[in-house]
Design a protein around this ligand. Structure first.
Ligand code: SF4
Ligand code: SF4
Ligand code: SF4
Length: 281
């Protein structure tokens, strides 16, 4: 099999490469100002003076002389940055910003754990993991090989509704029209609800209450030339359970996939059962 070099992409100029850089600290979606300064210095000294922010939250430094790659990699490693995230290795684990107001729960720590555990893992095909802090899925978790979406577990309580109507009207009401107000209080359409939890924050008497948070895991999504929507796999309650499930899924995928085949293609060929069965073997 042809050797793959993780994160070193052939450049458009002979003898030069593009280095794809990801962050393991602070986490896979964040760079400190100090790191950005070092990347700028490296681009200036070793490259063309420019850098590109990729769709998967990595930074590419272009036109680096092949002979200087070990030196540049060492400079990056000193500040928590690593060359990687290409080919059939697990790509950079993508995650929402920690400071987005809509985070049901921040996913930064989870992204860091997954990236550290699996950063250099070689797999049968390109493999993307994307984490979203809420159902809006800005990080494309619905079209990644493994998508994780934080969700609010909402529950109707026995606190009487005061019919303020905030939960059903603009600008703060349910965005997907999952709530119907009746004389006795709200009714929630479970098929429409996307578990954003907004209603629990605006319902003052807590008629609609928050009963903890959890994570939906989707698998088999992809973009590019064969776009596929990920399908629901499991709902799990904790970050630890997500870490276990992702490890198990990657292991099963590695065992059953053909060379170059992505998780969605495995599902299309053999169904989700093959991923489950191998894990139990
Ligand atoms: S998915 Fe939700 S938490 Fe993440 S960036 Fe979008 S709105 Fe914010
Ligand atoms: S959690 Fe509430 S606001 Fe969000 S979709 Fe469900 S019913 Fe609507
Ligand atoms: S469920 Fe809560 S937010 Fe909705 S009308 Fe009743 S009191 Fe207001």
């Amino acid at each position: 099999m042809e050797m793959e070099t993780n994160g070193i992409l052939p450049g458009r100029t002979k003898g030069k490469a593009t280095l794809r850089v990801r962050s393991l600290a602070p986490y896979s979606a964040e760079f400190t100002s100090g790191q950005i300064g070092v990347i700028a210095d490296i681009a200036e000294q070793y490259g063309s003076g420019q850098a590109h922010v990729t769709a998967r939250q990595t930074i590419e430094i272009a036109d680096v002389e092949n002979s200087t790659i070990p030196e540049v990699a060492a400079l990056l490693n000193n500040i928590g940055l690593f060359v990687g995230s290409s080919g059939s290795f697990l790509r950079n684990v993508m995650a929402c910003s920690r400071w987005c107001l809509y985070n049901v729960r921040p996913v930064s720590d989870l992204a860091q754990k997954l990236n550290k555990l699996h950063a250099d893992r070689q797999l049968p095909g390109k493999t993307l993991i994307s984490l979203s802090g809420c159902s809006f899925s800005c990080t494309r978790s619905r079209t990644s090989d493994i998508g994780v979406i934080a969700r609010s577990n909402i529950a109707l309580t026995d606190h009487p509704c005061i019919h303020c109507t905030l939960c059903v009207r603009e600008p703060l009401g349910c965005q997907v029209e999952a709530i119907t107000l009746t004389e006795t209080g709200p009714e929630i359409d479970a098929q429409r609800c996307i578990h954003c939890g907004f209603c629990t924050t605006i319902c003052k008497p807590a008629t609609i209450g928050l009963n903890g948070t959890s994570f939906d895991i989707l698998i088999g999504g992809s973009g590019g030339i064969t776009p596929r929507a990920g399908v629901f796999w499991k709902n799990v309650p904790t970050e630890e359970a997500v870490v276990e499930e992702v490890d198990s899924l990657l292991t099963r995928y590695a065992a059953v996939a053909e060379h170059g085949e992505r998780i969605g293609a495995v599902l299309a060929r053999s169904g989700a059962g093959c991923l489950e069965e191998v894990g139990h073997g």
